[in-house]
Design a protein around this ligand. Structure first.
Ligand SMILES: NC(=O)C1=CN([C@@H]2O[C@H](COP(=O)(O)OP(=O)(O)OC[C@H]3O[C@@H](n4cnc5c(N)ncnc54)[C@H](OP(=O)(O)O)[C@@H]3O)[C@@H](O)[C@H]2O)C=CC1
Ligand SMILES: O=CC(=O)O
Length: 287
């Protein structure tokens, strides 16, 4: 494949770009805080000074940015992607955003002759490091087919979901479920503890039953120790709850459980826990 551009070297972007480099791809990176690219240079990446410079150099560019505001800014602002996008170039936004944001980006890119794919991912820091993400792509099928070799490195499975917006919506539904589950899990650990049970035994019981899952297994032991090293920052989980609730509004879907979970994530943010892992929502329930 041609050289790949990568915009956004946060927790996920860094792991994904390193993975591409390890598998022999040439990668040019850009990050708003440019110094964060230094580590990628040690892995063999080149650095572009602006998103526009990366797009100019690369046939395909991936973005992995915090939220809708960041995704829009990197495309539309001065020296943004839009300045250099043109026919023959592909832009792949893997950030978790809402369908409307994705449509705005798609329209802008395609109006300049470029092709666009939204491709948010399910899976956190560790799956990103291990190339085990689940990729939820939608948009330009030709572009999808062209970048499958990169998706094969980044993920264990890619879905092509059709028209723009379907990838964004699928990701929000999945994360809405995950955020609600994390709240129920936190309440369960607190309830076990306060009612005189050993929370570690609760984890063992859960792991043997029908609701066993990798998230409980991976996060539970650290939560019991009140430890929340950021894999999926809580501020992003709350953003996903907010965007999923808006999708519920649009479709008149009552979501009382997700709405309550959103309130606890907001509470956690107000306590300064936004940069901790989203499992830190446990703090709002255990105190
Ligand atoms: N972490 C996870 O487990 C997962 C995250 N996601 C999603 O992936 C995306 C990235 O997540 P993650 O890597 O964890 O997040 P991080 O907070 O670690 O990284 C966010 C990135 O966005 C950049 N950024 C933020 N605001 C702006 C802006 N206004 N203009 C330009 N760049 C900006 C940051 O740059 P700077 O370094 O300068 O701040 C950084 O590169 C999010 O949409 C998240 O919801 C999806 C699946 C799993
Ligand atoms: O978006 C987060 C994840 O774990 O998936």
């Amino acid at each position: 494949m041609e050289e790949i551009g990568f915009l956004g070297i946060g927790i996920m972007g860094k792991a994904m770009a390193v993975n591409l480099l390890r598998h022999g791809f040439k990668v040019t990176v850009w990050n708003r805080t440019l110094s964060r690219c230094d580590e990628l240079v040690q892995h063999g990446a080149s650095v572009g000074e602006t998103p526009a410079a990366v797009i100019k150099k690369c046939k395909y560019t991936i973005a992995m940015l915090s939220d809708p505001a960041a995704a829009l800014s990197v495309v539309f602002d001065k020296h943004g992607a839009l300045e250099q996008i043109c026919g023959g170039k592909g832009y792949i936004d893997m950030s978790t955003v809402d369908a409307d944001t994705s449509s705005q980006i798609s329209q802008a890119i395609t109006s300049k002759g470029g092709s666009f794919l939204e491709a948010p991912v399910s899976g956190s820091k560790k799956p990103a490091e291990d190339g085990q993400l689940v990729i939820l792509a939608a948009g330009d099928k030709d572009l999808y087919d062209q970048v499958v070799p990169a998706f094969d490195v980044l993920g264990k499975k890619s879905f092509f979901l059709g028209q723009i917006g379907n990838g964004a919506k699928m990701k929000l539904v999945v994360n809405m479920i995950m955020g609600s589950m994390m709240n129920a899990f936190s309440e369960g650990i607190v309830l076990a503890d306060k009612s005189g049970l050993d929370p570690h035994t609760l984890l063992d019981v859960l792991d043997l039953g029908a609701i066993a899952n990798p998230m409980f297994k991976m996060k539970g032991p650290a939560m019991i120790k009140n430890s929340y090293p950021p894999a999926f920052p809580l501020k992003h989980q709350q953003k996903d709850m907010r965007l999923a609730l808006a999708l519920g509004d649009e479709n008149a879907v009552p979501m009382p459980v997700a709405a309550a979970a959103n309130e606890t994530f907001k509470k956690a943010r107000s306590l300064g826990l936004g940069d901790h892992d989203f499992s830190a929502v446990f703090e709002t329930l255990s105190k």
